[in-house]
Design a protein around this ligand. Structure first.
Ligand SMILES: Nc1ncnc2c1ncn2[C@@H]1O[C@H](COP(=O)(O)OP(=O)(O)OP(=O)(O)O)[C@@H](O)[C@H]1O
Ligand SMILES: [Mg+2]
Length: 826
């Protein structure tokens, strides 16, 4: 048993208490501890249990209203109505929790594929050398020695053993939004040497020992799963649901009053009133939504796209602006040094040597788990580093945009700084004139397409420690080329064709970024500096350059506020803030941990074409959900209007409550087919958004048409066929309802193709309608056989209704509900 160390313990005491050392645990020790302490997961990350899920689906507002209506029916001893309502509720809750269970399971399995890992130092036996390897975070145990680098999640509670330039983002735990510096020193008071599970490394690197894992971590109990703001999708579904619920609550009193006034009926009309209200609910909404999204995401997984949160599949289909970073997304992030020049633009190998001294000692002294590709490229291009000896270094940090090394060379102490051109120039002691000239030289290099790093040095006295280095002397510039990624050009064209505007947000120089975009065939409207951004220039800008991580987030927020649905695609630490404020965050699998954690969609391969697949599948799923809502609601609204109207003209109820409910149950079941339906190619051309307003306008129009069909049936049955009895009338109307429901399911869609599930479902629906009155069950539901002429007339009504639907839906512009090409930002 190892004991939990206290904050005030020294490094040595901590290591002793944890029975470990700087060389890490042996694999055997780690295995034993894993059994003893369990996996390193915190409770909220585990999937919800079955009963919990069922309870959650009962909390759904539709279910609650249904249950309330069931209760009312039970109170007045209308057992058939109450029973059917319970069947409806149970069926939809079971289907829903089952659907969610499978969706969650597959999402979880997919998430595992892209879960964060950690670099751990372990030994095979007591006396073998320690080796570093990547393990899944859940395999971590107390006493493990781990390495952390910029962009890593802190996977457990740890104590620092060594740290350089380390700043940590611990907002999820303490609310501080700025990164906090951390040190490895022994401090009797204070917690500067402790990092907690749930925080992440903003910059720098560290070696640390794990002090607590899993439920034992400080914040495991208190730490809540981050509350995500409602996505565009959640807001739409909630909007529609609440409108319907209000209508549902109004219907029973209206029906009751009407029956009381016109027919002097009392509470005996209540079951009918309840049934009509139930008839309005799209009970299968949650099921169709989950199934359509889960199916879309399962199909997408085959294309190497992993959807971490189901609703983000809708959101990715809705994005009309996609922001992305440049390095690693549009380019390969395989930099190669192409030259080095002095401040005057003349070739000078000494500049490259100083850059390499900086790269070598920052990598060596800070020892990050994964080396920076830019530093590696510089080191590869230099043979002789001279005899500089490193003393101290601070690694590159995307906010400061420089890396510093302090070295001793031939008895002199020299700081060597390299970084983005402006960041280095502003640290140099030079006249305005010199600064301008140097800036022009760098500009020319960037315009030729290279990434440009500036290098500066300064001699310091022997006791100097690294800080905000200023008063430097510019040595010159190193140029690096990073080839465009081969598939990017095609993918960008595809995305633009799908009505998505593309914007590149990069930390790099504007000229370099603009050049890279042009090479990829991206039409560059305007190139803007992040510091000079206005709402007008934001709208026009294709490239926004020199972004700090905060600038990227600011741009995304501004675009969202201007009414766009914004996607963000990126892979670096500098992309994390933007990723978490975007409607949909997308990153490649190789992205740093924090960015991958914040992303909603992860691409298995670094291939932009996958983003296009995600967009297509997103629009497909949304398209099916919209079709379901339109059809379910048009039909339900039509039925409700017709029943209330006919109720006023007839001396008896137009349909028995039990018949309303049976018909509703059959319709609901058939509509599950929409989750598996095909999508119209036109749906895939523009961003598609589930918009409550558009849907409501649609259902009022087509609902009215449906009501007309019902009322025509009413007239035909009474006047033409001349049905006399109540039961014959009920049967006629029941059959017609089932037939028109089948017709509307087939015809009121933007596409004419019929998928197999849909064909089967509508066929079954019509068959039940026609055959149930002839079956032995007919009596139970109060149905009787009709005269042959009755069937004929009903078929005619259904056909006429189909014709009217076809004419009206052909004239309808289905693209109207899609998002128009981006509205200008205000
Ligand atoms: N390891 C490094 N050492 C010194 N300077 C660097 C290093 N990496 C990047 N820079 C400089 O800092 C700038 C900003 O880097 P940052 O990582 O924020 O963005 P980026 O990689 O250029 O672009 P993107 O945002 O598209 O990924 C770079 O353009 C480069 O000039
Ligand atoms: Mg980068």
């Amino acid at each position: 048993m190892v004991w939990a160390p206290e904050a005030g313990d020294t490094q040595l005491q901590t290591l002793r208490l944890l029975e470990t050392g700087p060389r890490g645990l042996t694999e055997t020790q780690a295995g034993t501890r894993l059994l003893e302490y369990g996996e390193n997961t915190i409770p909220f990350q585990r999937p919800a249990s079955w009963p919990r899920r069922l309870a959650r689906s009962l909390r759904d507002p539709f279910t609650m209203v249904l249950l309330a209506l069931g209760l009312v029916s039970a109170v007045i001893a209308s057992w058939a109505t109450a029973g059917l309502i319970v069947v409806l509720v149970v069926a939809s809750c079971l289907l829903r929790s089952n659907g969610e269970y499978w969706a969650d399971r597959s999402t979880l399995a997919l998430r595992k594929l892209v879960a964060a890992t950690v670099t751990v130092r372990r030994r095979t036996s007591e006396d073998s050398e320690p080796r570093e390897r990547e393990i899944p975070i859940d395999q971590l145990v107390p006493g493990d020695v781990i390495k952390l680098g910029s962009g890593d999640l802190v996977p457990a509670d740890v104590r620092l053993l060594r740290a350089s330039g380390l700043t940590v983002h611990q907002a999820p735990l303490t609310g501080e939004s700025a990164p906090v510096p951390k040190l490895a020193r022994d401090l009797p008071n204070g917690e500067d040497h402790l990092l907690w599970q749930g925080s992440s490394v903003a910059s720098g690197s560290a070696l640390a020992v794990v002090t607590a894992t899993g439920a034992g971590t400080l914040f495991a109990g208190a730490y809540q799963a981050p509350v995500r703001r409602l996505s565009a999708f959640d807001r739409s579904v909630n909007g529609i649901s609440w409108i319907l619920i209000r209508v549902m609550l109004i219907i029973p009193p209206v029906a009751l009053v009407a029956n009381a006034v016109l027919r002097g009926m009392g509470l005996e009309a209540l079951p009918f009133a309840v049934a009509v209200a139930v008839g309005l609910t799209p009970e299968m909404l949650p099921v169709v939504v989950t199934t359509a999204l889960a199916r879309g995401s399962a199909l997408l997984a085959r294309h190497g796209v992993i959807v971490k949160r189901l609703p983000s599949l809708h959101d990715v289909g809705a994005i009309d602006v996609l922001c992305m970073d440049k390095t690693g997304t549009l380019t390969q992030d395989r930099p190669v040094v192409s030259g080095s020049v002095g401040p005057d633009g003349r070739a000078d190998p000494e500049v490259l040597r100083w850059a390499a001294v900086n790269s070598f000692w920052t990598l060596h002294l800070t020892d990050p788990p994964t080396p920076d590709p830019l530093d590696e490229a510089i080191l590869e291009s230099v043979l002789d580093l001279g005899d500089a000896e490193g003393l101290d270094a601070t690694p590159f940090d995307p906010s400061r945009r420089v890396s510093c090394a302090l070295v001793e060379e031939s008895g002199r102490h020299v700081v060597v700084v390299k970084g983005a051109v402006e960041a280095v120039l502003e640290r140099c002691a030079m006249s305005r004139q010199e600064r301008l000239r140097a800036g022009e030289v760098a500009e020319a290099l960037a315009e030729a397409g290279a990434r440009v790093l500036a290098v500066a040095v300064a001699e310091r006295h022997a006791l100097h420690r690294l800080g905000e280095e200023r008063e430097l002397e510019l040595t010159g510039f190193v140029t690096v080329v990073d080839e465009p990624s081969p598939e990017a050009a095609h993918a960008l064209t595809m995305l633009a064709r799908r009505g998505i505007r593309l914007k590149v947000l990069t930390g790099d120089h504007p000229a370099t970024a603009a050049r890279a975009c042009r090479e990829l065939g991206l039409r560059v409207e305007a190139v803007v500096d992040a510091s000079a951004l206005t709402p007008q220039s934001l709208d026009r800008a294709t490239v926004i350059a020199r972004c700090t991580p905060e600038d990227k987030a600011r741009v995304v927020t501004a675009l969202r506020e201007a009414g766009h649905t914004v996607g963000f695609l990126g892979d670096g630490v500098n992309d994390r803030p933007a990723m978490s404020v975007a409607d949909v965050g997308i990153c490649p699998k190789g992205a740093v941990d924090v960015t991958r954690e914040a992303a909603d969609i992860v691409l298995a391969a670094k291939d932009l074409t996958a983003v296009d697949h995600a967009v297509v599948f997103g629009r497909r799923s949304t398209g099916n959900i919209i079709t379901y809502l339109r059809i379910a609601l048009s039909s339900n609204v039509g039925n409700v209007i017709a029943m209330l109207a006919a109720g006023l003209a007839l001396p008896f109820l137009p349909m028995l409550p039990v018949q309303v409910l049976v018909q509703n149950l059959c319709f609901d079941a058939a509509q599950l087919a929409f989750a598996f339906d095909r999508a119209d190619p036109a749906v895939l051309r523009r961003p598609l958004l589930l918009r409550p307003r558009g849907i409501l306008r649609f259902i009022l129009g087509f609902g009215a048409l449906n009501a007309v069909a019902d009322l025509v049936t009413f007239a035909v049955l009474t006047q033409v066929v001349g049905v006399a009895g109540e039961s014959a009338f009920h049967t006629g109307w029941f059959i017609e309802n089932m037939l028109t429901q089948a017709v509307i399911m087939l015809l009121l869609r933007p596409t004419t193709g019929v998928s197999r599930p849909l064909g089967l479902a509508t066929g079954a629906l019509a068959a039940v309608g026609l055959l149930l009155p002839l079956s032995p069950l007919a009596g139970t539901f109060g149905l009787v056989a009709l005269p042959a002429a009755g069937y004929l007339w009903l078929l005619l009504v259904a056909i006429a209704y189909g014709g009217a639907l076809l004419v009206l839906s052909r004239r309808r512009d289905w693209s109207r509900d899609r998002r128009r090409p981006s509205a200008p930002c205000r």
